[in-house]
Design a protein around this ligand. Structure first.
Ligand code: MG
Ligand code: MG
Length: 250
């Protein structure tokens, strides 16, 4: 069941989203080769709690980090730890925060040290972010929910990459993951009508190679089955009468 949000609820989610955005900005400005993913987790936790919020992911189904840190062939759900990040690593950071019981959720992919190690890596990150923007543009009253994933898939596959199937975007609110699921693929014109009060997290996960994934022995980290690079971008978006409002805009 989809829980549509009141303006007051969206206000709280706006605040959660702002803290998520601010935390991502802090991570982007502080990330350096040689840091561990646990160092990044500590920066993020300090930022989230310093703004009066709680990290959404800490303790979620037993997850030990405040954020997810996924490197190179890792798609999502990487656990922060002792691994050191290196110049040219493709690093995906997924951040969630709770304000007065409401969640914000956003992710970004970047290159450690700023330089992409290859043209294909650079293109992957650009196309993944573009596909998110294209999907968000479809979150308008009058459309149907599957328009979003269909648009993401069009952009991604048009660039020669693939979209992950087993993990999808989601409604968000009092729970981190609510109905409806938002796949990053499919035919347009299906699913629920898009209307004001719908709040969702759209999150394309895009692979250079095939879309198939597997989960590592740690039971969290998702990697591409073929070992190819993967990128991930995400925003939390509220649908208004005028169209999409990105609550986690940086
Ligand atoms: Mg997320
Ligand atoms: Mg999410």
């Amino acid at each position: 069941m989809i829980v549509y949000k009141s303006p007051e609820e969206i206000d709280r989610m706006r605040r959660a989203g702002r803290v998520v955005a601010l935390t991502i900005e802090r991570l982007v400005s502080e990330v350096r080769p040689g840091m561990t993913t646990a160092d990044l987790d500590a920066i993020a936790e300090r930022s989230i709690r310093g703004e009066g919020c709680t990290p959404s992911f800490k303790g979620y189904k037993g997850f030990t980090g405040s954020i997810c840190t996924s490197l190179n062939e890792q798609v999502v759900h990487g656990i922060p730890g002792r691994r050191r990040i290196r110049e040219g690593d493709l690093l995906s950071l997924d951040v969630g925060a709770i304000w007065e019981g409401y969640h914000g959720d956003s992710a970004i992919s970047l290159f450690v040290g700023g330089e992409a190690p290859s043209d294909v890596a650079e293109k992957l990150v650009r196309v993944t972010e573009d596909s998110l923007e294209a999907g968000i543009s479809r979150l308008r009253p009058g459309g149907r929910l599957s328009d979003v994933g269909s648009e993401v898939q069009r952009v991604v596959e048009g660039a020669g990459f693939s979209v992950v199937r087993e993990y999808v975007g989601h409604g968000i609110g009092r729970a981190l993951h609510e109905d409806p699921p938002i796949p990053n693929y499919g035919d347009p014109g299906r699913g629920p009508a898009i209307r004001p009060g719908l709040v969702v997290a759209v999150e394309p996960m895009v692979n250079v190679g095939g879309w198939e994934t597997r989960v590592l022995m740690d039971r969290w980290t998702v990697v591409t089955a073929d070992g190819s690079l993967s990128a991930h971008f995400e925003h939390t978006i509220a649908v208004t009468e005028d169209g999409p409002e990105v609550l986690t805009a940086r």
